[in-house]
Design a protein around this ligand. Structure first.
Ligand SMILES: Nc1ncnc2c1ncn2[C@@H]1O[C@H](COP(=O)(O)OP(=O)(O)OP(=O)(O)O)[C@@H](O)[C@H]1O
Ligand SMILES: [Mg+2]
Length: 352
């Protein structure tokens, strides 16, 4: 088996307590590996430390313990071999959209002339639907447009690894779908390695080869790695016709509604996890015949009916817990990468 492209070992983040308060261990003993060309998504409740891990991988934050090794070298400090899309857009406000993208492109290919830099940067801005806004400053762009400039900026430097922190969070559903498709096309064509944080269960199933599930903090951990066993050429339309989609989706929701808190320290109980989850499980019968669009309908279920379901069945949503193969968070060997693919149902299941 080839050595992993990225290997993270024993990563911990501890903030020292202030004014006599004890230290805060956000997460500890984080171990996982990513193979070259693999697309890994991270799901976990707000505050468990997802962005902190991504920032450590980006070289923008330091771990309290542990190492991250990429392509045989320990990561330290930022580099153009990692392209980052931040949770906030983080654009330079005095530069236009084009100049924001060109800034990274010029650093990546210093030998390029101005025309080449502009052509390349415009291409990536066009890819995210911003060809008409090349010369607008961030203040003149909407939140979603700013986020799209950030996406173009990360893609344009063609990094060895993309680090995406909820890159589609601020986008409307239509744009989000289009850019997800673009991302998939680029990733498949370039065999890009991606580490992506999302709060959207369906997005994770659509895009990822594997999903890392984080327990709640403090003392958060990678509790499970869920391989996506759907065909890799899945689309959001095809995915809902695959029984594995429902099995995996319900497993993820089961984790986020209950076990994420159970896996965490005593200070975060299951009720806090449920409070912060705005997700709707899909009944198992939804994968039968003409019920394939069930997630859409179920997503719109009135909260009261969900509460009733909880009361009657004694657990949120009443879905049956499914047996699901999980691995030990090591990356699959090259031969093992089965990359799932199925479509995402278009319903949105999100954790807050
Ligand atoms: N300087 C700090 N001192 C103490 N705690 C901090 C500090 N900075 C961040 N934290 C804590 O670290 C935890 C992890 O933050 P992080 O931004 O990584 O969470 P996240 O999982 O990305 O959350 P979200 O899903 O809301 O983006 C949070 O609970 C936050 O309160
Ligand atoms: Mg975050």
């Amino acid at each position: 088996m080839k050595p992993s492209f990225l290997k993270v070992e024993g990563l911990s983040k501890v903030y020292p307590g202030t004014r006599g308060k004890p230290d805060v261990t956000v997460f500890e003993n984080i171990d996982f590996e990513i193979q070259a060309g693999e697309f890994v998504c991270v799901l976990g409740h707000s505050g468990c430390g997802k962005t902190t891990i991504l920032n450590i991988l980006a070289g923008l934050d330091e771990a309290s313990a542990g190492v991250a090794i990429m392509a045989g070298r320990e990561l330290s400090g930022p580099s153009l071999d990692r392209g980052v899309v931040f949770q906030g857009h983080a654009l330079l406000p005095w530069l236009s959209a084009l100049e924001n993208v060109a800034f990274g492109v010029r650093s990546r290919w210093p030998q390029w002339g101005r025309e080449e830099v502009v052509l390349h940067s415009s291409h990536y801005l066009g890819m995210v639907g911003l060809r008409h806004a090349l010369h607008k400053k961030p203040a003149e762009l909407s939140g979603g447009m700013k986020q799209r400039v950030g996406i173009a900026r990360a893609f344009a430097i063609q990094p060895k690894m993309l680090l995406l922190d909820e890159p589609f969070g601020a986008l409307d559903a239509l744009t989000r779908g289009t850019i997800q498709d673009e991302l998939l096309a680029i990733v498949r064509e370039t065999k890009q390695t991606v580490f992506m944080i999302t709060h959207d269960v369906d997005e994770a199933i659509l895009l990822a080869d594997r999903i890392l599930l984080m327990s709640n903090g403090p003392f958060a951990r990678i509790a499970e790695c869920v391989p996506i066993t759907l065909p890799r050429d899945r689309t959001r339309e095809s995915m809902v016709h695959d029984e594995d989609y429902y099995r995996i989706r319900n497993h993820l929701i089961d984790f986020l509604w209950g076990r994420a808190a159970g896996e965490a320290s005593d200070t975060a109980g299951p009720s806090s996890a449920r409070k912060s989850a705005s997700i709707t499980p899909i009944p198992q019968h939804a994968n039968k015949g003409d019920l394939s669009d069930e997630p859409r309908r179920n997503h719109g279920a009135h909260p009261a009916s969900q509460a009733q379901e909880q009361d009657q069945l004694g657990r949120p949503g009443g879905y049956r817990r499914q047996k699901q193969g999980v691995d030990d968070c090591g990356a699959p060997g090259t031969d093992d990468v089965d990359g799932g693919a199925s479509g995402s149902g278009g319903s949105r299941a999100r954790v807050a």
